[in-house]
Write a protein that binds this ligand. Structure first.
Ligand code: F6R
Length: 601
C-alpha cells in the first residue's frame, strides 16, 4: 500500500528517493510522486510505474532534501491530480501521506470551505489544513501539530516547508513509518527495505508521535509535546535479500526459497539438546488458556486453517480461526480464558491491528507471528515469534504462508510437550520439517511438468475449482486465492463434499477441477466428488501423495507426516498460479489492484 521515503542532508536526494520508491514498489501502488528541494525545487507526479515518474523528472535538478511517495488509491482515482505530494494552496507546504483521514469532509467544511482542491484525496485536505493554521501566524511545526490534533484516522505524514530546505516534519498514527539514521544525514521510510542502501540503523515511532528531522538531528515528541528518547535498532536485513538475482520474478524466487526457509525455522527454533526454543512465559500463558483464537486475513488466515488440526492434536486446546475484518466488529462470545494469535506476514495489516487494539483493551494475552521484526502487530502483542523467511516481495504470499504453518507447528510442539500431551511427545517435529524441506525440493524440481499441465488445463478457461476435505480443503482455499489474485481466473476452493449442495451447478463442459488428496480417510470421498464433476463434463486434475495416488493422477507429492501435508500440497498450486499468470501475460509480482502491506481497513 502507499509508501513514503524521504532524505535530508545527503547529496543527490533525487536518486536516493527514486531508489527508495523502487524498493517500495512491491507494496502495491498506482501512481508516484517526488518533491526535491534545491536551487530549483522539483515536484513531479506520474501515474503508473516509477519509470513513468523517472521519464518526467529532470535528473539534473537535485538537492539534499526531498520526499517521495507511491500511492495506492483509496480516496479518488489514480490520477496525477490525486498522486502525492500534495501542496497547500499557495504552494508553500508539500505533504505526502499514507493512511486514511476519516474526518476529512468535516475538516473541509469546518476550516476550508472556500479552498479550491485539485483532486479528491483526503491528503490534500490535510495540507490545506496545516496551511490554514499557519496563516493564523503559527510556525510550520506548530501548525502541523495543531492539524494533527484535529485529524482523526490513520496516517504517516512527511511535511516540507519549501522555504526551509533543511527540515522534514514527520508524524505517525496507525500507519508504519521509520526514521533511518545516517552520518550527516537522516532518512524516513515506510519500510526499512527502502533505505537499506543508505543505513541499517532505524528508529521506530509509536502512534501519536511527531518528528523533526534535519541532517544531524532527530527530535521525537509525543502528542503532549514531551521529547522522547529512543534507541535505534540495527536491521538484520541485507540489501541483497531484496534482489531478484537471476530469477525473472520474485514470486518464483520465493517459491524456490521454501525448503531453505523450513531449514532456517528448524535452526532458529531448535535448542542444542533438540528441544524447542520458545519463551517459557509464552508457553505458560498459552497453557493457561482454554481456547486459541487465530485472527488473520487472506493467505495468513489460510495458514491459520492449515495449522488448526495439528495444533488441536498436539496441544488439546480448541482453536478457532477468524477473519480480522469480521472479528473486530462482530466479536463472538469468547471463552473464559482466550489467547489470541495474530498471523501477519507484514505485521502491519490494519484489519488485524484493529482487533489487537480491542483485545489489548480487554487485557487478553496475544502473540503475533510475523516476518517483520519491530512491526506494529509485533510491538503491540504480548509476544512475538518471527518467521525468519527473509523479505517477501511478490504481492502473492508463498514462503510466508508455509513459514507461518511451520512456526505454528513449532509452537504446537513446544506447548504439547509442556502440557505432556503424548501426541506431541512422540512427534519428532524438527525431523519431519527437514523431510518436508527435501520433499519441497522434489516438487520444485517438477516445474517443467507443472508448466505443461497448467497450459493444458488453464489456458482456455475463465474459471477453475480446487476441492479437498479437511486440510486438503484448507489448502484448496489458499490454492484458489493464489490463482485468482495473480492470473485473474475466477478460482474457488471448496470443501469437496459441499459441491453437490450448490456449486456443482457451475460445472460445465471442460471446467477444470483440481482435487487435492493427502488424507487416507477423506481421499476416497474426494475421489467420489471428482467422479461426480467428471460425469458433468469437468476436466479433473489430481494432486495426491504417493501413498494414496492412483495410476492416472497427474501430480504426485512425496509422502510427509500427515499433520504437515499442507506444507507440501500447496507448492504445486503456487507454481500452477505462477505459470497460469505467465501464460496469460500478466505481471506475476504486481497483480492489479492489490497491495502487499494493507495498512487501511
Ligand atoms: C495473498 C496475500 C494476502 C495477505 C493478507 C494479509 O497472497 O498475501 O491475502 O495474506 O493481505 O497480510 P498479512 O499477512 O501481511 O497480514
Amino acid at each position: 500500500m502507499c509508501g513514503i521515503v524521504g532524505v535530508v542532508g545527503k547529496n543527490d536526494a533525487t536518486t536516493i528517493i527514486l531508489n527508495g520508491l523502487k524498493r517500495l514498489e512491491y507494496r502495491g501502488y498506482d501512481s508516484a510522486g517526488i518533491y526535491v528541494a534545491g536551487d530549483e525545487s522539483h515536484l513531479v507526479k506520474a501515474i503508473g510505474p516509477i519509470k513513468n515518474l523517472e521519464e518526467k523528472l529532470d535528473t539534473t535538478i537535485t538537492g539534499t532534501m526531498g520526499i517521495g511517495h507511491t500511492r495506492w488509491a483509496t480516496h479518488g482515482k489514480p490520477t496525477v491530480a490525486n498522486a502525492h505530494p500534495h501542496t497547500s494552496q499557495n504552494g508553500e507546504l508539500v505533504l505526502v501521506h499514507n493512511g486514511v483521514i476519516e474526518n476529512y469532509d468535516e475538516l473541509r467544511q469546518t476550516y476550508l470551505a472556500t479552498d479550491h482542491f485539485y483532486g479528491q484525496t483526503d491528503t490534500e485536505i490535510a495540507v490545506h489544513l496545516i496551511a490554514h493554521f499557519k496563516n493564523t501566524g503559527l510556525t510550520t511545526k506548530a501548525a502541523f501539530k495543531k492539524a494533527l490534533a484535529v485529524i482523526d484516522g490513520s496516517y504517516a505524514f512527511a511535511l516540507v516547508d519549501t522555504k526551509d530546505s533543511e527540515t522534514i516534519y514527520v508524524a505517525k498514527n496507525k500507519s508504519p513509518l521509520l526514521i533511518g539514521l545516517g552520518e550527516g544525514f537522516n532518512v524516513l521510510c515506510s519500510d526499512a527495505l527502502a533505505m537499506l542502501d543508505q543505513t541499517n540503523r532505524f528508529v521506530e515511532l509509536t502512534d501519536g508521535e511527531m518528528v523533526t528531522l534535519t541532517a544531524d538531528n532527530v527530535t521525537i515528541e509525543n502528542a503532549a509535546g514531551e521529547i522522547i528518547k529512543r534507541d535505534y535498532y540495527v536491521a538484520e536485513l541485507d540489501a541483497s535479500d531484496i534482489e531478484k538475482g537471476t530469477y525473472p520474478y520474485y514470486m518464483l524466487k520465493e517459491i524456490d526459497e521454501q525448503p531453505v526457509v523450513m531449514r532456517k525455522i528448524v535452526q532458529k527454533y531448535q535448542n542444542d539438546d533438540g528441544s524447542v526454543a520458545i519463551d517459557q512465559n509464552l508457553l505458560t500463558s498459552l497453557k493457561n488458556s482454554d481456547r486459541i483464537y487465530i485472527v488473520a486475513c487472506g493467505t495468513s488466515s489460510h495458514a491459520g486453517w492449515a495449522a488448526k488440526k495439528f495444533f488441536e492434536t498436539l496441544t488439546q486446546i480448541p482453536v478457532e480461526i477468524h477473519l480480522s475484518s469480521e472479528f473486530g466488529y462482530n466479536m463472538p462470545l469468547l471463552s473464559e480464558k482466550p489467547f489470541f494469535i495474530y498471523l501477519s506476514q507484514s505485521g502491519e495489516t490494519a484489519d488485524s491491528r484493529q482487533v489487537l487494539v480491542k483485545t489489548n483493551e480487554l487485557a487478553y494475552p496475544s502473540l503475533t507471528i510475523t516476518n517483520v521484526a519491530g512491526s506494529t502487530l509485533s510491538r503491540e502483542a504480548t509476544y512475538t515469534l518471527l518467521l525468519h523467511a527473509g523479505p517477501e516481495i511478490a504481492v502473492a504470499s508463498t514462503k510466508a504462508y508455509t513459514a507461518q504453518i511451520a512456526v505454528m507447528a513449532v509452537l504446537a510442539k513446544a506447548l504439547g510437550v509442556e502440557k505432556g500431551i503424548s501426541a506431541a511427545l512422540q512427534f519428532d517435529l524438527f525431523h519431519e520439517l527437514s523431510l518436508v524441506a527435501s520433499a519441497m525440493e522434489t516438487m520444485i524440481n517438477e516445474k517443467e511438468s507443472l508448466a505443461e499441465l497448467t497450459a493444458d488445463y488453464l489456458t482456455d478457461t475463465r474459471n477453475a475449482f480446487y476441492i479437498g476435505r479437511g486440510n486438503d480443503y484448507y489448502v484448496s482455499m489458499e490454492a484458489a486465492l493464489k490463482l485468482k489474485e495473480i492470473s485473474y481466473l475466477q478460482a474457488e476452493g471448496f470443501a469437496a463434499g459441499e459441491l453437490k449442495h450448490g456449486t456443482i451447478a457451475l460445472i460445465e463442459e471442460g471446467t477444470p477441477v483440481i482435487g487435492i488428496i493427502t488424507d487416507a480417510v477423506t481421499g476416497p470421498h474426494t475421489r467420489g466428488n471428482l467422479q461426480e464433476v467428471t460425469s458433468r463434463g469437468a476436466r479433473t486434475l489430481v494432486i495426491a501423495t504417493e501413498d494414496l495416488a492412483k495410476a492416472d493422477d497427474q501430480i504426485l507429492l512425496p509422502t510427509v507426516h500427515p499433520l504437515l501435508s499442507s506444507l507440501l500440497a500447496v507448492v504445486p498450486t503456487q507454481l500452477i498460479a505462477y505459470f497460469a499468470t505467465l501464460q496469460r501475460g500478466y505481471d506475476v509480482d504486481k497483480p492489479r489492484n492489490l497491495a502487499k502491506s494493507v495498512t487501511v481497513e
